[in-house]
Design a protein around this ligand. Structure first.
Ligand code: SF4
Length: 180
């Protein structure tokens, strides 16, 4: 939810999305240099809040809306069981970076799908009093896989991509590092 944090998500491993987090997906659509910088902090931060599958399913089965559900590379703002339909919601302060938010949420849907769970997504912008339904389809899944592939390439580089001034720099946690 916090778009200015540096590391944060405790997401980390699994097949196609191995080592990739929802936060990295979000930043990939903002700044690739930030993806690299954040990736260097993930290693130290990858355990405790995660749940194993049994606990995840238990929580899902017995709660109507669970907040801040973390499981493997996925850390969802809320998870709701609406009469048997699983809805993953991502809450954002504003819709300014809606593409990033959409792809982050699609990443969670994709990870759930890969584990045999169908879910739909909902972007929530409480300060704008609006919600946006998000669904995974073939085209978006292909785009997501390409993003994951490119994120892995960025992370594998020994040095970060060069900084490029963008609007987001003004509120980025790395602004001193990039521009001081
Ligand atoms: S300050 Fe700008 S260039 Fe540097 S990581 Fe942040 S968004 Fe990217």
């Amino acid at each position: 939810m916090d778009e200015t944090r540096v590391a944060g998500d405790s997401d980390s491993n699994s097949e196609e999305g191995q080592g990739i987090t929802g936060t990295l997906i979000w930043y990939y659509y903002i700044c690739r240099r930030e993806v690299w910088l954040m990736s260097r902090q993930i290693v130290a931060d990858q355990q405790d809040e995660n749940m194993d599958w049994g606990r995840f399913l238990h929580e899902y089965a017995y709660s109507r809306e669970k907040k801040e559900v973390a499981w493997e590379t996925v850390k969802m703002d809320t998870l709701t069981n609406r009469q048997g339909e699983l809805v993953v919601a991502e809450v954002k302060k504003s819709s300014s970076y809606v593409k990033s938010a959409t792809m982050q949420l699609l990443f969670y849907l994709y990870r759930l799908k890969a584990s045999g769970i169908d879910a739909r997504g909902e972007l929530r912008f409480p300060e704008e009093r609006r919600k946006e339904p998000i669904e995974l389809n073939e085209e978006l899944e292909a785009e997501l896989k390409e993003a994951i592939r490119q994120i892995k390439q960025i992370i594998a580089q020994e040095t970060p991509p060069a900084p490029a001034k963008i609007k987001f720099c003004g509120k980025c946690a790395y602004r001193e590092f990039c521009w001081a």
